[in-house]
Design a protein around this ligand. Structure first.
Ligand code: NAD
Ligand code: IPM
Ligand code: MG
Length: 368
């Protein structure tokens, strides 16, 4: 298959992890006889520096025309003093909105080889497998009005959702639960927020269409507590934009590092954007030590969801898992007896496991 992929490396470690994604895809292409054509475009601070805006029109057009988009990360202290509408993060929010990517799927897995990497007790983490379904194009991130009063003494951000926006993401949550364990946790703040009360109403209405799914409502504050005291309680979590942002970084603690989490930003049909959950990590950018596995696992999500390449995606996941099982990891992971390697080192190990020989071995062993 021939696929056009837009690469948006962005800022900070974005450039370093994108190299890993590209190398992995090139290996998959040669092993499986695919052709991935890469088109690199600017976003975030990189785009501000080069073109004066965080989301150039060319970038949007290229993404709209692509088969899929991969994004590294945006932002960093260099642009912290820019006015709100010119910040790098506006580029990311802009592309999500322009492409209509309302559903952000954030799987939290990888506990096999990493079960001892989490600061949480092993028995709490072992066997966890959670999918956070985060609403991505509404809520506080996009509500109007937003800004300061003329005298600078008051400020407003608006949390707004239409019923339709809630319905479509809640449906994604139910569909995911149906395909997994059949349990859905809807996270809100219905004891305080009107938007959450409408959210809860929609979840209860939709539940009738999914009789095979059990639903529970959980307030976001206690959900945050339960996520690290009893994570196995959760399977699919569906929640609004800001709650999903915060809970997913928290959930990364289960894997031992924020650098491990991939994500898919999708809509019902059309182009999808794949991005790790973490940011531009300015504290370690340029040092060659960033963990590229969240980005690499995002490429696996792209192959599965946008290109229907299930087998190829599984091979990437297997290669990552075997690399970790061999004891190799970057320094953000604290694994007793593990072997710390740099970014290039870990990418090389993943590639070794993607080579023809190792793939054919895994195919043989899967029939035994
Ligand atoms: N998708 C995105 O583009 C995205 C996501 C989150 C934050 N950001 C931006 O990134 C900048 C920094 O934000 P932050 O520091 O709060 O969050 P961050 O995710 O960039 O970093 C938080 C901490 O985790 C570490 N970390 C993150 N990813 C890592 C990886 N792959 N390997 C090893 N360590 C990793 C960092 O070194 C840092 O100590 C901000 O400008 C923020 O807006 C962008
Ligand atoms: C950089 C920021 C706008 C972004 C978000 O809040 O959505 C990030 O934290 C994420 O999780 O993708
Ligand atoms: Mg975030």
């Amino acid at each position: 298959m021939r696929k056009e992929v837009v690469l948006l490396p962005g800022d900070g470690v974005g450039q370093e992890i994108m190299k890993g994604a590209r190398t992995v895809l090139e290996t998959v292409a040669s092993e499986y006889d695919h052709e991935f054509v890469f088109h690199e475009h600017a976003i975030g601070g990189d785009a501000i520096d080069r073109y004066g805006v965080p989301l150039p029109d060319d970038t949007v057009k290229a993404c709209e025309a692509a088969d899929a988009v991969l994004l590294g990360a945006v932002g960093g202290p260099k642009w912290d003093d820019m006015p709100a509408d010119k910040r790098p993060e506006k580029g990311l929010l802009g592309i999500r909105k322009r492409l209509g990517l309302f559903a952000n799927l954030r799987p939290v897995q990888g506990f096999g080889p990493l079960v001892h990497a989490s600061p949480l007790k092993t028995e709490l983490v072992d066997g966890c497998d959670i999918l956070i379904v985060r609403e991505l194009t509404g809520g506080l991130y996009f509500g109007e009005p937003s800004g300061r009063s003329e005298d600078g003494q008051s400020v407003v951000d608006t949390l707004s959702y239409t019923r339709e926006e809630i319905e479509r993401i809640v449906e994604k949550g139910f569909e995911a639960a149906q395909m997994r364990s059949g349990h859905l946790t809807s996270v809100d703040k219905a004891n305080v927020l009107e938007s959450s009360r409408m959210w809860r109403e929609v979840v209860n209405e939709k539940a009738a269409d999914y009789p095979d799914v059990t639903v529970e409502h959980q307030l976001v504050d206690s959900a945050a507590m339960k996520l690290i005291t009893n994570p196995k309680h959760f399977d699919v979590i569906v929640t609004e934009n800001l709650f999903g942002d915060i809970l997913s970084d928290e959930a990364s603690v289960l894997t031992g590092s924020l650098g491990m989490l991939p994500s898919a930003s999708v809509r019902t049909d059309g182009v999808g954007l794949y991005e790790p959950v973490h940011g531009s990590a300015p504290d370690i950018a340029g040092q060659g030590i960033v963990n590229p596995l969240g980005m690499i696992l995002s490429t696996a999500m792209m192959l599965k969801y946008s290109f229907g390449m299930e087998k190829e995606a599984e091979e990437i996941e297997r290669a990552v898992s075997q690399t970790l099982a061999d004891g190799y990891h970057t320094r953000d992971l604290d694994v007793e007896g593990g072997k710390v390697v740099d970014t290039e080192g870990i990418i090389g190990k993943v590639i070794d496991h993607l080579s023809t020989e190792s793939i054919s071995n895994s195919i043989c062993s899967s029939y035994m």
